[in-house]
Write a protein that binds this ligand. Sequence first.
Ligand SMILES: [Zn+2]
Length: 157
Amino acid sequence: MKTNYKYPFANYATKCPKCGQRRFKQYLYSDGTPIHPTVGRCNREESCGYEYKPKEYLESNKILLKNYTRPTKRISTVKPKPMYVDLGEMKSTFSNHNVNRLILFLCTKIGVEQVYAAIKRYFIGTLRYWNDWATVFWYIDQVFIFFDIFMNNFSNM
Ligand SMILES: [Zn+2]
């Protein structure tokens, strides 16, 4: 007997799409998810004989996919160069927490200590922007030990 090693059968039976009996075994993908509720084999070979093979299903599905035109999108292969900001400049944004709306808002929701933990964890800065203050989220590619020291220094805010 040939075994379909690529698509194993489910070890449970479901309702057969043809005869309606709970004798239908679905074909599964390798991760255990059924290919489609109708893709499988009824084990009432004599009286029903329903079988829908994964190959047949996938082939007919491909026909459907052919009719669907994917919007063409040009993908740029040129990687933008990262822009680096001086550490001193970054550090200067870790002040003025008392005017940062996000930080003030968080203080009304969670404790001050937790807010400071979040500032430290996500490097939340405050920056003068136009005539207002803005929240800055720094992207950091390295964790600086001295950043920790710096954060401890201003924790008396
Ligand atoms: Zn059946």
